[in-house]
Design a protein around this ligand. Structure first.
Ligand SMILES: [Zn+2]
Length: 273
C-alpha cells in the first residue's frame, strides 16, 4: 500500500466534479492514506471536512508562507480550533518561501514561529515548506525548540531501526544528501516528491538513494509536481507510485519494499492506527 503524505484535495481551483474524480481515483487505487494539507484557513477547514468524510483521509492545518501577510492572531486561533478536530494529524504546511517571496520575509518568519509553537503546544507533527531559505527555516525550527529532547519524547521511537523523530517533516525535500543526513540527525523526517523522477534532478536522486529508509516518506503535493511519465498533466495521489518506483530503482530494491516502509513510516510519524 502507498501513503501519500502530502496532497491538496482541498485545492481551491478544483470544480466539484474534478474533486470527485480525484477522490474516486484514490478509492480505486493502492493508496491507503492521504494527508490533505491546508495552506490557508479555508483550505485547512476543507481538509478537516475531507478527513471527517473519507476514512483514508487525514488533515493537516496551517497557513503557507505565501499567505503570511494575511495572518492575524484571529486566524491563528482558528487554526488552533481546527487542530483539535478529529483526524487532524499535523500543523502544516508552514515555513519560508524566499523563492517567490509572496509575503514579506518578516511576516513569513513571524507566523512560521507562531505556528511552530502551536505544533509544539498541541504535541502535533509539523509539515515544513522550505524554499530557498538557505538554512534559515531549520535555524528557526531549532531556536523554537522543534528538535528538543522534550519534543522528541512526544513521538514514538522504533528501536529496531533506531528511528528517532521530533515530528518535523521536510516536505518535498530539495536539499542535498548532506543536508538531509544533518537534519535527520536533529530529528527531522524527509519527504520526497515527484521531482525525483526528473532526469536532471541528480541532487534529489542522491537523497532518495542514500537517506535511511526509516526516515523517508513519499508524497505527490498534488495537483502540483507530477512525476514522470505524466509530467505536464495534473498530479493526483495514485501517481505517488511512480515516485516510489523511482526510489526503488535508485536503491536497487523492490517497489513494494519502498511502499511498505514509507507507509509504515508515515503511520508512525502521524500516529495513525
Ligand atoms: Zn503543498
Amino acid at each position: 500500500m502507498l501513503f501519500d503524505s502530502h496532497a491538496h484535495i482541498n485545492y481551491e481551483a478544483y470544480s466539484d466534479e474534478e474533486r470527485r474524480d480525484v477522490i474516486e481515483a484514490i478509492e480505486r487505487s493502492d493508496v491507503c492514506c492521504v494527508i490533505d494539507v491546508g495552506f490557508d484557513p479555508k483550505s485547512s477547514e476543507a481538509a478537516v471536512g475531507h478527513a471527517a468524510r473519507y476514512p483514508w483521509c487525514y488533515a493537516a492545518v496551517g497557513v503557507h508562507p505565501h499567505d503570511a501577510s494575511e495572518m492575524t492572531d484571529d486566524v491563528l486561533s482558528f487554526i488552533e480550533e481546527l487542530s483539535e478536530k478529529p483526524k487532524v494529524v499535523a500543523i502544516g504546511e508552514i515555513g519560508l518561501d524566499y523563492y517567490r517571496n509572496r509575503s514579506p520575509k518578516e511576516d513569513q518568519r513571524l507566523w512560521f514561529r507562531k505556528q511552530i509553537r502551536l505544533g509544539l503546544e498541541r504535541g502535533l507533527p509539523i509539515i515544513i515548506h522550505d524554499r530557498d531559505s538557505e538554512g534559515e527555516a531549520v535555524r528557526i525550527l531549532r531556536e523554537e525548540g522543534a528538535f528538543s529532547d522534550e519534543r522528541r519524547a512526544v513521538f514514538p521511537k522504533n528501536p529496531g531501526t533506531g528511528y528517532e523523530s521530533a515530528g518535523v517533516l521536510l516536505h518535498c525535500f530539495s536539499g542535498t544528501i548532506d543536508e538531509a543526513l544533518e537534519y535527520i540527525e536533529m530529528g527531522a523526517t524527509i519527504s520526497v516528491a515527484g521531482p525525483v523522477t526528473y532526469k536532471k534532478n541528480i541532487k534529489t536522486a542522491m537523497v532518495a538513494e542514500r537517506t535511511p529508509l526509516s526516515h523517508l516518506l513519499i508524497e505527490t503535493d498534488a495537483p502540483y509536481l507530477t512525476p514522470e511519465p505524466f509530467r505536464g498533466k495534473p498530479n493526483s495521489s495514485p501517481l505517488v507510485f511512480h515516485t516510489a518506483k523511482k526510489i526503488a530503482a535508485l536503491r536497487g530494491i523492490d517497489v513494494s519494499e519502498v511502499a511498505d516502509a514509507t507507509c509504515a513510516n508515515a503511520k508512525r510519524f502521524f500516529n495513525i492506527e
